[in-house]
Design a protein around this ligand. Structure first.
Ligand code: SF4
Length: 71
């Protein structure tokens, strides 16, 4: 499974990601974007790709995650 990740050290809270794909990205109380858990990221992959493109500091990237680690 691929999951988008936000580099919070880079994120400047521009919220472009949230406006492009609010189903996946939320800017939290620290003014940094977080990725919502338990989302079918595949379903939103085009919008996530747009968010990756729109982020002014290139803080978003795809990361490969094991579906069931340990199984
Ligand atoms: S678009 Fe980039 S800088 Fe703006 S909130 Fe999202 S991750 Fe952070």
């Amino acid at each position: 499974m691929k999951k988008p990740v936000v580099d919070r050290a880079k994120c400047i809270g521009a919220a472009a990601c949230e406006s492009v794909c609010p189903e996946v990205f939320k800017v939290d109380t620290e003014g940094k974007a977080t990725v919502m858990d338990g989302i079918d990221y595949e379903k939103y992959k085009d919008k996530i790709a747009d968010a990756i493109e729109m982020c002014p500091v290139a803080a978003i990237a795809w990361e490969e995650h094991e579906e069931n680690p340990g199984n």
